[in-house]
Design a binder for this molecule. Sequence first.
Ligand SMILES: [Zn+2]
Length: 58
Amino acid sequence: MSKCPYCLTTYKEIMQTGFVGCEHCYQEIPELQEALDKLYGDKRHKGRRLKRGGNGSL
Ligand SMILES: [Zn+2]
């Protein structure tokens, strides 16, 4: 289970409360990113689509 090293909030806590602990949570907790992708993926039309599992050119 992932946990944000900055605010020590766990993914489980965020799912229970519906709030992230800090701005770093999104980066530090991969599960949170995926959950948000599912929740808001279709509603976000800003920016380009990023596909996971592609060829990492970075
Ligand atoms: Zn955090």
